[in-house]
Design a protein around this ligand. Sequence first.
Ligand code: ATR
Length: 279
Amino acid sequence: MDDKTITIDRYGVMGYPVSHSRSPVIHRLFALQTGHSIQYELLQVTPEKLETAVRQFQRTGGKGLNVTVPHKAAVAKLADQVSERARTAGAVNTLSFIEGEIHGDNTDGIGLLRDLVVNLGVNLEGANILILGAGGATSGIVGPLLEMEPAALRIANRTLDRAHDIVKRFKHLGPVSACRFNAVPVTEPYDLVINATSAGVKGETPPYPTAAISEKTFCYDLSYGLTPTPFSVWGRERGAAKSVMGWGMLVEQAAESFHIWRHVMPNTAPVLKQMSISA
Ligand code: ATR
């Protein structure tokens, strides 16, 4: 008789709150597609319990974690090794538990780039880019966007100091500058406007700079929902060429995490489709 025990590798997403997360569905679809047996859990963990929860997951044989709001900066401190891109972002969204060590990585930036460039066909080289917001989400995407050599990347934020802080961190990588929403220069129309504020999630619609949108502008909301987000509606109503939500980035960052853990890259297109959220 075969007495081999089949062990299923354990993964999960840690956040607070986390009940809305689509990551379990996405990773189960990837596992099904690639023929991998994995278990993927939703783990609601408060900031005070973060370290205990991560170490317990590791101790009990967990293989990897996705980490989401509000833990992405804090969890970097628990990692024994942090990838270059996670260090640049100042945030970790993927942990791997390897031979007693914790490895931290960040797949958000590459997830956004794959969605913009591969899925949506946006040309970033030489583009004029505006990011609205200067919080954790913005720090995660500025480095990867600057690597694509845009003509200019401007960060507009309600609180000017926070935008200036991000500019200081990234200005060695390319042409990045800061301003308030009401001071966005519109001498040249923007090719791409990315909403990285958390305003929509809170049901708020800040005074986004209307003049930044022209008929050639691509609007991209890092937030997503089953109904259109306030920013995606705003962009469409202002006459943007296209206005989409960040479902594609969500699936792409998950694919990169799956690749880190399982060494196989899932095909994201059918997963986006299967979830009926194709951007
Ligand atoms: P995240 O990690 O999601 O980026 P965060 O670090 O708290 O979260 O940053 C939230 C961003 O949304 C900030 O840029 C914030 O602006 P401030 O720096 O001025 O606080 C922005 N934001 C949130 N609610 C907003 C609102 N109602 N109007 C304008 N900006 C808002």
